[in-house]
Design a protein around this ligand. Structure first.
Ligand code: RIB
Ligand code: CA
Length: 308
C-alpha cells in the first residue's frame, strides 16, 4: 500500500487548476490539507471563490481555503480571462456558503510545514509563485521541510504561451519565480514542453462520459470550456499534468537542471532558460501519454479518453 500523500495546493482556478484539484480529490490515499489561493488567471477574490465553490461542489467543504497574494512581488497580474472566462471556471458552480480561513496563506503554509515532520508534506503550485516566494522570504527554513514541490510553470527550450518566450505563471510573477528557483530548494518544474504532450481535441472531449461524482464535475468544466467558444479545437492539460506527476512521478523521464528567469523589461520578461549543469530543478522530459490518460480515466471513471 503506497504511503498516503499529504498535500497543499497553491492555485489560481482556472479551468485546468479545477481539473487538477478534482484529480487530487479523487485520488486514493491523498489527504489535501488545504488550498492556498493566488491571483493569476483571474483576480484573487475570484480564485478564492472558485476554490471554495469547487470544494463545496465536490462535497469537501471540510478542506480549508486560505487567501494568498492579490498581486505579484513587483507590478500587477495581467489575468487570463480570455482563456478561462470572466469567472475563471468555464462552468458556473453554485455560490459557495463556506468562507476562507482567516489567516494569510504564507502563515498557513509555514504552520503546516513546521507542524509536520520534514519530508511529510507535498506542495503543488499551479499558479504564479508569489505565495511560495513570500514563504521563502519570511520563513527561510520552512519550504525545505517539504517532501516534494511540484510547480506548473516555465517554457524551458519551448515557446511560451503568453509571449513567444514566456509561460503565464512565471510571466505573471518572474521575481517570485527567481526567488524560489534561486533558493536552492529542490523542486520539479512541469513546463510547457511537457504539458503540450498531453492534450485532447474538441470532438473527443465532447464525446467523453463520466460516472464518478468528481469525474462528472471535471467533465462538465472541460466540456463547457469547449462549448463556450466554437473555435476552441484543443485543450492542453497544463495543471493536470503537474498533478499527475505529483501522484505518479514515473509517468515521465526527467533531467536535472539549473534554471534562470529573465527579469529584463523587454520581450524576455519571465523567460525561463537553463544556466548549465545539473542543479536542484527536476525537469520532466518525455511524458507517457497513454499512461497519463489511463490514470485520468481511472481517477474520474471517465470513458472516451485517448488511452491507446
Ligand atoms: O501556463 C499555464 C498555467 O497558467 C496554468 O497553471 C494555467 O492555469 C495558468 O495559471
Ligand atoms: Ca493555474
Amino acid at each position: 500500500m503506497p504511503e498516503p500523500i499529504k498535500m497543499i495546493i497553491d492555485t489560481d482556478p482556472g479551468v485546468d487548476d479545477a481539473i487538477a484539484i478534482l484529480m487530487a480529490l479523487a485520488a486514493p490515499g491523498v489527504e489535501i490539507l488545504g488550498l492556498t489561493s493566488v491571483g493569476g488567471n483571474v483576480p484573487l477574490a475570484r480564485t478564492t471563490r472558485n476554490s471554495l465553490a469547487l470544494l463545496q461542489a465536490a462535497g469537501r467543504s471540510d478542506i480549508p481555503v486560505v487567501k494568498g497574494a492579490s498581486r505579484p512581488l513587483r507590478g500587477k497580474f495581467t489575468y487570463s480571462t480570455r482563456f478561462h472566462g470572466p469567472g475563471g471556471i468555464s462552468s458556473r458552480l453554485p455560490e459557495p456558503t463556506i468562507r476562507p480561513v482567516k489567516r494569510p496563506a504564507v502563515q498557513f503554509l509555514n504552520e503546516k510545514l513546521t507542524s509536520h515532520k520534514p519530508g511529510e508534506l507535498v506542495l503543488v503550485a499551479l499558479g504564479p509563485l508569489t505565495n511560495l516566494a513570500k514563504l521563502v522570504q519570511e520563513y527561510p527554513c520552512s519550504l525545505k521541510r517539504a517532501k516534494n514541490i511540484v510547480v506548473m510553470g516555465g517554457a524551458v527550450n519551448a515557446p511560451g504561451n503568453v509571449t513567444p518566450k514566456s509561460e503565464f505563471n512565471i510571466y505573471s510573477d518572474p521575481v517570485a519565480a527567481e526567488v524560489l528557483f534561486s533558493s536552492g530548494v529542490p523542486l520539479t518544474l512541469v513546463d510547457l514542453a511537457a504539458c503540450r504532450q498531453v492534450s485532447i481535441d474538441r470532438d473527443r472531449a465532447l464525446g467523453l462520459r463520466a460516472e464518478h461524482r468528481i469525474g462528472s464535475l471535471a467533465l462538465r468544466i472541460l466540456q463547457s470550456w469547449f462549448r463556450k467558444h466554437r473555435d476552441r479545437e484543443r485543450f492542453e492539460f497544463y495543471d493536470p499534468l503537474a498533478m499527475m506527476i505529483t501522484l505518479k512521478p514515473t509517468i515521465t523521464t526527467v533531467t536535472k537542471i539549473n534554471l534562470n528567469v529573465s527579469l529584463e523589461k523587454n520581450s524576455s520578461w519571465g523567460q525561463t532558460y537553463e544556466s548549465g549543469g545539473a542543479g536542484e530543478i527536476t525537469l520532466p522530459l518525455h511524458v507517457d501519454k497513454s499512461r497519463f490518460f489511463r490514470l485520468l480515466e481511472s481517477l474520474f471513471q471517465m470513458e472516451g479518453l485517448p488511452v491507446a
